[in-house]
Design a protein around this ligand. Structure first.
Ligand code: FE2
Length: 252
């Protein structure tokens, strides 16, 4: 019983971070083929050089999955959802062009995880889970709160013996230092690339955790004779970039 709760007092969540979730309509045969291809691309590797880290294709030469025809159906669905995400955030679709910078598979074996990081080179992160049943045993995506505006007393949400009730849902709602999301096969997530995240340890006995990650960048639309000047706040379209080392061709 809360001694002073009152129907007259309303708490309003301000400054929300936009995490998008979508269950993709995938052909089970596609999903099976993608899993097989991801494991084939990993080959005999067991993990990244850091002890206990999952195998991530981006640092192992497998960083352009989107260029493989096998993954074309995924790229199509990703594009549809990214367009909606941008419009939901208020973007004018005629003013921005989403580009795939990288895409890579991640394979986390039992006992492996991925440490806290973000993607400073990108604007928008996308993730597709190839397997997972929503229980999170193979490892959850951990999203870290960038700011804890409601941390009235510093450290109250992570310290021991603090003033918050251990099991009170309000603790999680207003002061969670992170949120864990359990993978579900075929689920797509979108979130700002600047957001710190990690993958918790795969605690299953013998199940791999398979996912595909994308670094997406928003740039100016391709220039036209009528409009060749990019907006000041966006990167120009890559076709308008030039190497500073002028003896170096941009696209040899
Ligand atoms: Fe990441």
């Amino acid at each position: 019983m809360r001694p002073h709760s009152s129907a007259e007092l309303q708490l309003e969540p301000l400054f929300p971070m936009a995490l998008a979730r979508a269950q993709l309509h995938l052909d089970p045969l596609d999903l099976a083929a993608w899993m097989q291809q991801v494991l084939h691309l990993r080959g005999a590797a067991a993990g990244n050089p850091q002890h206990g880290c999952a195998w991530t294709g981006d640092i192992n030469g497998v960083w352009q999955l989107h260029r493989l025809p096998l993954f074309a159906p995924l790229v199509r669905q990703l594009q549809q959802h990214v367009e909606v995400y941008l419009q939901e955030l208020g973007f004018d679709p005629s003013q921005v062009l989403p580009m795939i910078q990288r895409s890579w598979p991640v394979v986390s074996e039992p006992g492996q995880q991925v440490g806290r990081h973000h993607h400073p080179n990108a604007h928008l992160s996308a993730l597709l889970y190839l397997n997972g049943d929503g229980r999170g045993e193979t490892g959850c995506l951990r999203l870290f709160a960038p700011h804890q505006c409601n941390e009235l007393v510093p450290g109250l949400s992570v310290g021991h013996g603090g003033p918050l009730r251990e099991q009170d849902p309000a603790r999680r709602r207003w002061n969670a230092p992170w949120l864990d999301h359990a993978p579900v096969a075929g689920e797509l997530l979108l979130f700002p690339a600047a957001l710190d995240h990690a993958v918790t340890e795969n605690c299953s006995a013998d199940e791999q955790r398979l996912s595909i990650a994308f670094d997406l960048v928003l740039c100016s639309p391709r220039p036209t004779p009528e409009n060749a000047t990019p907006a000041e706040y966006l990167s120009p379209h890559p076709s308008q970039w030039d190497p500073l080392r002028q003896d170096e061709p941009l696209n040899p």
